[in-house]
Design a protein around this ligand. Structure first.
Ligand code: ATP
Length: 319
């Protein structure tokens, strides 16, 4: 293997730059040429490749977003788009690829591998919804962003004796809401994985008010319900003064935490090692602070579950 490509795809996540940096620097250390692809699979189709050197990734380890830009490409899901992409990869002399993104991006990585381009996936998504890894790049930063917002909301909630509903990202999974809810001391955590009712939420609120609590914080993953609707129902059913905050895209941005930079560096370097060793169709992950490797099919055919113990613990501690 002499030349490898690297791309970021799907939603951006803080720490992706640290992963790109690790791929470029470890690759050059191993004597490889590294080419960056702009805008994910869309850039593979349009042949938007650039050679990268040591200084291409200088001063990026602390930056959120992705210097390679990212995109969602419907065309890459079609046989025509894939044929164009593969022709471009071959024409550029790229012999292996590193794909940084979520599970959709891994399906794209599988397409490349199936077509004979050895490809390794690195989990990069704030959602943490990838099987086979304890952490995905960006999750820790996003959770810390939410906890920071909860701390600020808590100040105003206490001062005005209000109930706050905070809606966070997670259309299909509640990992961010779960982790931030526990770390931020939320009264209730509403996530798509576990059923909940508005009556139960209101009952918990009333109980905590009865024992003298004057403010409450409820965290809801967007896939479990709409913050504004939930806030209205709480106000109507309990009469508690309720406000709603929808955090939105600030959860995607910001300087990556040390944890995200570390796991990105570990996984980026490992992805290069795997390609050099002739491995393909692999996904790297993190377990107990170290890098692990799985087959891409294994990762794509399993669903990561929320840790029920953490969910129950959060409920117990919020009595
Ligand atoms: P996030 O978790 O942040 O949403 P993701 O990687 O899951 O990230 P997707 O939009 O699902 O985001 O996928 C990113 C891109 O991967 C798609 O736009 C498409 O180009 C490619 N992709 C997704 N699914 C497939 C598939 N089945 N076959 C080929 N390519 C795919």
């Amino acid at each position: 293997m002499r030349r490898i490509g690297v791309l970021t795809s799907g939603g951006d996540a803080p720490g992706m730059n640290a992963a790109i940096r690790a791929v470029v620097r470890k690759g050059i250390y191993q004597g490889l040429e590294i080419w960056g692809v702009h805008r994910g699979f869309a850039g593979v189709i349009s042949g938007d490749f650039i050679p990268m050197n040591l200084s291409s990734v200088a001063d990026v380890i602390h930056r959120g977003g992705t210097i390679l830009h990212t995109a969602r490409s419907e065309r890459f899901k079609t046989p025509e788009g894939q044929a164009e992409a593969l022709a471009n990869i071959r024409r550029a002399g790229i012999e292996g690829m590193v794909v940084i993104g979520g599970d959709g991006s891994f399906r794209g990585a599988k397409v490349l591998s199936d077509a004979g381009i050895p490809t390794v996936g690195i989990p990069g998504t704030i959602d943490n919804d990838i099987y086979g890894t304890e952490l995905t790049i960006g999750f820790d930063t996003a959770v810390n962003t939410v906890v920071d917002a909860m701390n600020k909301i808590r100040d105003t909630a206490t001062s005005h004796e209000r109930t706050f509903v905070m809606e966070v990202m997670g259309r299909d999974s509640g990992f961010i809401a779960m982790a931030a809810g526990l770390a931020g001391g939320a009264e209730s955590i509403l996530i798509p994985e576990f059923p909940w009712t508005i009556e139960e939420v209101c009952e918990r609120l009333s109980r905590s008010q009865e024992r003298g609590k004057r403010h409450s914080l409820i965290i809801v993953a967007e896939g479990a319900g709409q913050g504004f609707q939930i806030g209205e129902e709480i106000q109507r059913k309990t009469g508690f003064d309720t406000r709603v905050t929808v955090l939105g895209h600030i959860q995607r941005g910001g300087t990556p935490t040390a944890t995200d930079r570390t796991i990105a560096s570990l996984m980026g370097a490992k992805a290069v090692d795997l390609l050099v060793a002739g491995e393909a169709r692999k996904v790297v992950g993190i377990s107990c602070g170290d890098v692990i490797v799985h087959d891409i099919d294994y990762v794509l055919s399993h669903k990561k579950e929320i840790n029920r113990r953490l969910y129950d613990l959060a409920a117990t501690l919020a009595i």
